[in-house]
Design a protein around this ligand. Sequence first.
Ligand SMILES: Nc1ncnc2c1ncn2[C@@H]1O[C@H](COP(=O)(O)OP(=O)(O)OP(=O)(O)O)[C@@H](O)[C@H]1O
Ligand SMILES: [Mg+2]
Length: 225
Amino acid sequence: MMIRVRDLVMRLESGGRPVTILDGVSLDVAAGEVVAVTGPSGSGKSTLLGLIAGLDTPSGGSIAVDGVDVTALGEAELARFRRRTIGFVFQSYHLIPTLTAAENVAVPLELASAAEPLPTAARLLGEVGLAERAHHYPAQLSGGEQQRVAIARAVALSPPLLLADEPTGNLDSTTGGAIVDLLLALNRERGSTLLLVTHDAALAGRAARAVALRDGRVVNGHHRA
Ligand SMILES: Nc1ncnc2c1ncn2[C@@H]1O[C@H](COP(=O)(O)OP(=O)(O)OP(=O)(O)O)[C@@H](O)[C@H]1O
Ligand SMILES: [Mg+2]
């Protein structure tokens, strides 16, 4: 199992009052599977993704990613585990504005001391259809192009798990559809697992399975044929 979440609880203080953001979420995602996470604004989708990525510590429950209990890792181990295992794609791209597209993609390769980070980054940009844009800065790229750079960066170290939080949220529906095509193609070609948060029912329908959250609880987990 790539992801095994059990009875996950997240509580925070807000204005001095406790708020329950996730209220007993359990979820299994098999290796290679594509699962969409849907639900209204505030239902806990980003919180769930962040906890799976080890970006935050839950109040209760357990999370195993690729057999590793992420809640039990120390900060340095967690950083190493994340780099090796998880690629993360954000709604707002999160590219470094002072670096070119190729340099952005090369960042995780350099952090991992990979050989030839820039040529590898250029090859990855070719895979996402941006071979001609390698030397452009983020401000010189369209939203869809920036998101493709961010995806190339997320898959640079071939992580077995790709987490994407509303990766099409800032894009028109045609461009958003192309980004989902790209994520699905990478899932097929690389055999990686994809957990995709989206508001968009049409995009969620392209995943093999959708998990709907409401008020921090799973309200379904439908399989599609
Ligand atoms: N640091 C925090 N402190 C207090 N409340 C928080 C914090 N982070 C998130 N919340 C609350 O937790 C709930 C779930 O937030 P989350 O961002 O996970 O929702 P979401 O489903 O991703 O929503 P959206 O679709 O708008 O992105 C919201 O009500 C939010 O206000
Ligand atoms: Mg969110």
